[in-house]
Write a protein that binds this ligand. Structure first.
Ligand code: PEP
Length: 256
């Protein structure tokens, strides 16, 4: 099932307004690759400014609360992300699962809240090195997909509309420079696809499965050409246009 490649930069807790110039440069290039969907998820503080600064690419958040509003100091709701200009949100990133103790049920509730607010979602899953070494990677990731994907009212319609993506990000590959072997990526994407079909039926085919974990200019072409890989979630290499644009180019068929 062919999907439009989706290349998403996750700036994590990096970036002040000084970095908007990089975003503009990325946006100009995104306009030259209409066959690729390009997006950036800056820190919350930059979403509004980035929205104003760019036109060709998507702008997203890196998390949202399960609730639309209320007494949750320091948190941000999906409706607030929409209000400030976001069109999607990354949920269940391993750094949030680890740093904030987010389990599958919380990630699922956030995904349902985000869809209800009109955002598209990218749900992150991935095994730790200990889990892979113990031969449990498949089971862990399948469990994360089963437990984290949105299932609330309207979820199936959102899936069918292509508003739901999964990012397979082996935890040991994130920010380490150690990228997963292509055959392992292909195998895990097939596992994820099978779970998506089990959850959503035929509509599960519409979910793009991205790979994430130390993607860079040197390895992007091989990863993006792999069977079942519909794009990439990119951390470190999304912080500058020079590092990010070769990844966008690797996903595209050339400048229009
Ligand atoms: C990420 O943060 O989602 C990620 C994949 O980071 P990096 O590309 O730096 O490994």
């Amino acid at each position: 099932m062919p999907h439009r490649p989706y290349i998403v930069g996750n700036w994590k807790m990096n970036g002040t307004r000084a970095m908007l110039a990089e975003a503009r440069a990325i946006d100009r290039a995104a306009g030259r690759y209409p066959d690729v969907q390009v997006a950036l998820a800056p820190p919350f503080t930059l979403i509004g400014a980035l929205r104003e600064a760019v036109s060709a690419m998507g702008v997203g958040g890196q998390d949202c609360h399960t609730q639309p509003k209320g007494a949750h100091t320091g948190d941000v709701s999906a409706a607030m992300l929409v209000d400030t200009g976001a069109d999607f949100v990354i949920l269940g990133h391993s750094e949030r699962r680890k740093d904030h103790g987010e389990g599958n049920a919380v990630v699922q509730a956030k995904a349902d809240a985000a869809l209800a607010a009109g955002l598209a979602v990218i749900v992150c899953v991935g095994e730790t090195l200990a889990e892979r070494d113990a031969g449990k990677a498949d089971k862990v990731v399948a469990g994360q997909v089963d437990g984290s994907m949105p299932v609330g009212e309207g979820a199936l319609d959102a899936v069918a509309a292509g508003k739901v993506a999964v990012a397979y990000e082996p935890v040991w590959a994130i920010g380490t420079g150690r990228v997963a072997d292509v055959p392992d990526v292909v195998a895990m994407h097939a596992t994820i696809r099978a779970r998506l079909t089990a959850i959503y039926g035929e509509a599960g085919d519409k979910v793009r499965i991205l790979y994430g974990g130390s993607v860079n200019a040197g390895n992007a072409a091989d990863l993006l050409a792999a069977e079942g890989v519909s794009g990439a979630l990119v951390g470190g290499a999304s912080l500058t246009a020079d590092a990010f644009l070769p990844i966008v180019a690797a996903a595209g068929t050339g400048e229009a």
